[in-house]
Design a protein around this ligand. Sequence first.
Ligand SMILES: [Zn+2]
Length: 577
Amino acid sequence: MRKLRAIVLMTGLSALMVAPAGAFTDPTNSDIAPYTALSGAPMDAIKQAMETTHLGLSLRVDPKSKSIAGIARYTVQALSELNAVEFDLDPRFKITSISIDGVELGLSEWRNDGGKLIIDLPNAVGEAGYVDVQISYGGQPRIAPNAPWDGGFVWAKTPAGQDWVATAVQGTGCDLFWPCLDHPTKRVGMLDLSVTVPAPLVVAANGRLSGVEHNGEWSTYRWQAKYPNDYGVSLQIGPYETVSTDYKSRHGNSYPITFWHLPGHHDQATRLVGEMEDYLDFFESKIGPYPFGNEKVGVVETPHKGMEHQTINAYGNKFVLSAEGYDELMQHEFSHEYFANQLTGKRVADLWLHEGLGTYMQPLYLDWKDGRMAYNAKMSDLRKRIVSKVPVAPAVEVQSTLYDDREKGWGGDIYYKGAWIAHTLRYLVGDEAFFRSLTRLVYGRATPKPGNFGHQVASTDDFQRIVEEEYGSELDWFFNTYLREAELPKLSVTRSGSRLSLVWDTVSEDTFAMPVEIRIEGDVQTVAMPEGHATVTLPFVDAHVTVDPYSKVLRENEAIAAWRSQEAADRQKKQAK
Ligand SMILES: [Zn+2]
């Protein structure tokens, strides 16, 4: 997901900068059960013991009554003995029946306590055994208060007045519209999604389209997706038309790029499909094969801003042009096919692997496309937004609400600081080790080819181990300082005569061994700092020195800190008016 930019509201003569109305769903909201509002919460024993190998999910979506009716048919494999199965499902839905292996259960055999549906099994299922579970349910799903940040259903109308429906549930979870295991490590092995909508509306969803049936006033679209990211499963319904091209990959395979757009947007969609071909060449050359080449690259125009739904990226950026010559939001969302959908962070605390590495793909792409100036300009912009209030990847697990907390939370750090950590890491270990590490993180192997890799789940610790192997040296000092502590490292620079002293100051106990480039009267040299400090002899007392002249190292910057406090004070003053 893309971080919400501050919104400018014009009210009379004064322009107010207002805070985002809320990123992820606040569990204290009165319109949602607290358990449903959370996503990725620690799993209990039942959930841990469940593997959902297949889900047939049939949904009938009725825009007129803003309601859905669903049947979820699960095949569950027991990882250890199961006496009950469990799903997350928003308790606002009425469950009409539940069957186990084809036999309907009595009402006393299941309960949905505040969104946690527990179903007692008539017979225990032993380790590695299977059980079929069918859940029929329906009702009015939560309407997203502020999609895609505070999620649910979006019931909109196109400019021509036709129904235009979308779902966006990241951070709140799949349980907002289907019974699921709302945890990043619990994906469905194969999803057969069948969505029935009033004709002539079209359904764009995850994976491959396996069939369309028209039945009087209703149409059914059948989609099949392998191992979809839970929050990536989404419905987009509208009077869509498509632009499509067959992309020939540098890795030898080919697959369709398809854009579902509203009528009248053919030319803009065609332009973005062309841009998408550039993104693919960039990602496939820098990281590796497009992870879902057996399915498709999909983009769909949505009433909300955007979301990284697997193989069907939501696009709501209104086809705006940028001075950089690309659609930054679309490129960012596309990066999540690699960093989120193919590689999934193990914990909420590892979200920076999605957002930080995903954000770093924009300056990297600009460098690939236009050169170093474009890269530097973007990095400079990102640097000014770093907050450093809490660690980017806390050692202890956190809740998804940390995302949203401007006072005690990340601010935008999992994006901007995450990207800067990647930038600094790349400088430290060099391009070869850096890009090999990214490839191994994303695919679990150094030489991915279409068909030779599966979905990956990894933590920040896993990433550290990979980088250490590629770099050939331990990097606790780097990962602890940048990711597990909040405060940025400070470089104190002092001069005494012709002696220049450099000393790293960090919160972490580890010796911060970051080398620094310095430019003395135009000559650049790298100062190794294995002990966290160094002394350099200058050619003469008044020699002009520039520290880190190419801004390769993320560190405390007093000018930015002072500028940020001024900005904050100005904002408060304006808000008080
Ligand atoms: Zn994102």
